[in-house]
Each structure stands twice: as structure tokens, then as C-alpha cells.
Design a protein around this ligand. Sequence first.
Ligand SMILES: Nc1ncnc2c1ncn2[C@@H]1O[C@H](COP(=O)(O)OP(=O)(O)OP(=O)(O)O)[C@@H](O)[C@H]1O
Length: 493
Amino acid sequence: MNDNQIGNRILVVDDEPDLLTLYELTLLREGYEVDVAASVSEAWQLLGETRYGVVISDMRLPDGTGLELMRRMEQAGRTEKVIVITAYGSAENAVEALKAGAFDYLTKPVEPKQFRSVVASATGRIAPAAPTSAGRPATVASTSPLSRLAGRSPAMRQVHEMVEKVARSMAPVLVNGESGTGKELVACAIHDVSARSGQPFVAVNCGAIPEHLLESEFFGYRKGAFTGANEDRGGFFQAAQGGTLFLDEIGDLPLAMQAKLLRVIQERSVRPVGSTQEQPLNVRIVSATHKDLAAEVAAGRFRQDLFYRLNVIGIQVPPLRDRLADLDDICRALLDRIARDAGVFPSPVLSPEARLRLARYPFPGNVRELENLLNRAVALSASELIEASDLGLPEQLFVHSGPGALGDLDASPEAPVPVQAAVPTTAEAALPADLAVYLDDVERVLLTRALKEHGFNRTAAGARLGLTLRQMRYRMARLGITEGGSDAEGLDA
Ligand SMILES: Nc1ncnc2c1ncn2[C@@H]1O[C@H](COP(=O)(O)OP(=O)(O)OP(=O)(O)O)[C@@H](O)[C@H]1O
């Protein structure tokens, strides 16, 4: 029997003869080969004789539970995907089954459409994504997804293992970690390792969508649903059909929208705004937050039932400062990417002093801050070797001490003050909320000022700031400075 034939073969286990017949007929009509069993022991006997693609089992059986059958199969190294059928209202059982490695679960009374869709998803007959205009499919990685998640520390190895494990099922995953730790990369890796990798991965930042647009953005709308709805449009859910929907900053979703999201997840169908028809969904949900969602639940800001649904499996991504053993691997990965994007070859490398300085820095902005810092360092360094002085860590900072610092810098006629004297050290001098963004702003202001002072001649402006033309170009491109023309070669002649 080849893999295709095995994938098409399904074992259904239920002790209610009527239901068993109903499941069997539904599956036969869909073109599957079906065997049936009425108990754990019967199922085990059939499993001894045949390999299946999928096993669908009721939770309560006369001689045991669906969970026990699943555990036995796992111990025996069976590769069949298991779909568990639980009684209505026993969400705990469903969650337990997913945690134990079930591919998915169905709740009684089993709705035929949902039954077909879950089975299709388990057997790999996933409905292709419907093209929509409202969705924003994120890029799908073509190369080894786990290798993009650099780091070999014990903590990171555990994240890798979890990604591989959860990728096999449909269970919702909640990724938790500080901002910039790589939560989206983890979500992307789960998708790319899973059987859904050929389908869309749609990333949504829940905190970035205006409240009044949430429903139409998520669920789509019908023509005429509201003023300006001139055509039917799909939402994020439709765009992610067959694939994965990544809900970033899920903790920022308003309570009213949380209720609607819960409904869609429970019903596995979506009703676009202005429509009377439900559309069946086959979407895996991965969500992420930097907040302590359990504390948000306790504070009444997050629905407990939604938390329960989303957090079937949790993955914790530790802050970078707690896994400094990953620093070298991550720096190498980031420098390769930066060099590739900038068309620079070979990739820059860090001097031993630079590595030491990085290892002493606490990285409050985690990997994203490291990435910004390396971007800047590559621009600053005159050679392929990045020195400690190129990193812009404390000794090199140029910041203004007063409020409205950027405006003041722009207006000020004299040169910027070396940081030692200007770093805000007192309580009244506000610290920037995002150091990297703040420094970019400072840099943008200084570069623009130098360019203006030198008639937009980049060579002269660069020389004024101690930069070569190449470094000037790189920095202007990175910061999006186009004053005097995006590449005004003539002015540099
Ligand atoms: N282990 C890693 N290896 C290589 N690059 C990484 C790693 N972790 C994060 N990055 C990179 O760091 C940046 C930030 O990562 P990402 O956007 O996944 O973080 P996040 O936790 O989702 O951030 P936020 O909470 O702000 O949404 C991205 O450019 C990502 O590619």
C-alpha cells in the first residue's frame, strides 16, 4: 500500500451503532476507505492488521477511552492522526486530547460539514485558500523554517521541540514572550513545519486595527453591508483558509471582539458582515502576546473562555538576556540577513570585543533591538569586521537630555553633545520607550541637518559626520531619507 492509499484509509471507533453507520456512510461518500470498531480492543486488533491515515475515536468506549487508545498508539509508535469525539460541553476532555497529541477534536452532536472539513484537514485534503482582497498573506518561508529560528541554548532547543510537536496537530497555540523575542518567527515556524505549509500564513496585529473595523477586517463583508462596501471582500479568516492565522498581540483585542472571535473558533465558521450565510472554516489559530493573559483574565480584561480556547498549548519564548548562549548564532543569522538585504558580500563578522560588549548588554528590546543595533553597526563599520565601537552601545550614544529632544536637535546650531554628558540620568528626563526607534530618529535628524547644511551633497555631509559616502548612502537608505533625491548622484560629484 502506498502513502496515498494509507492516508485515504480511516478507522472509526464508536460504540453507538447508528452513529458508527452515519460516520461510515459520510466518509464512504467522500471517497475514503473505512473500517469500524466498537471498542478499544477491537480498534487495537484492526490497528495490528492495517495502517491508517486517520483514526476517529469517540472519547467514551465500553472498555476504555479514546485518550487511552491514543496513548497506546503513541507508545507503539503509530503515525496515524487521531481525531477525538467528545461529549457536548466537555471542553476539558477536548483540551486534554489536544495536549496529548490528538490532531483535532469534534464535539457531539457532530455537524456533518464540520466532520468532513476536519477529516479533510487530517487527511491532507485541505481546501485551497480562496483568493481575497482584504487578507494580507505574509511571506511563506521556502527554506528550513526551524533554521531561521537561530539558537541552540537549552531554552531554544525546547522551543524547537515544541514547534515540531505542535505542528502535527490543529491545536491552538499561544506564544508568550517579551516584545521582540521572536514570537512571530515561532508562529511562522509552526506553520512552515506543519502540513499546512503550502497554504497561507496570515499575520494580524490585533492591536493595530481600529476597533470599528475589527469585525469587517477579520470576517470580511458583503457588498452594501455599510457605506463604502462596494464589493464583497474576505477578511483575515477567509485569507487564511486552509492555513494558519497568527493573531499577534491578542491581549489587545477589545472584549466585544473577543466574544465574536470565540464564536468563530467554536463554530468553525464565519459570517461576513452583512451576510446571512455562514462559511465553514479550516484555519489553525496561533496567537501571541507579551502580556500575562491569565492576569488579564483575572483583571476582567480578557475572556476566560477565549483564553482557555487559545491556550491549549503554550510556548514560552524567553528574553534574549536569559539565553545569551544564543547570541553568536543569532548574530550570525542576523548579519547574514542584513548583508543579503543590503547586497553586501561577504557577511560582516563581529570582533571578539564587540561580542563581549553585546554579551554584557541586557537587550530590553530583545532580538529586534539586536537586529536594529547590528543594522546600524554594519552601516557604521568601514570594513567587514564590526568593532565594539561600531555597536553604538552606551559609550557611543548621542541623545538630548530635554523633552522634545528631536526638535531641539534640529534647531540647535551647535554639534550634538557626546552622550556621557547628555544621557538622561535624572528622573525628570524621560527615557525613550523604544531605544532603537529613538536613536533612529536622532540619526535621521542629524543626517538631514548635515545634508541641508551641505546643499544635499552626501559626500560632504558624510565627511562632516565622519562617514564615507558608502556609509552615508547605506544609512540614508535604511532611514528612508530621500531629501535632495533618493540617489542624487549629481550632487556628490
Ligand atoms: N531566534 C531568532 N533567530 C533569528 N532571528 C530572530 C530570532 N528571534 C527573533 N528574530 C528576529 O527578530 C525580529 C523580531 O522578531 P519577532 O517579530 O518574531 O518578535 P515578536 O516577539 O513577535 O515581537 P513583538 O512582540 O514586538 O510582535 C524579527 O526580525 C525576527 O526575524
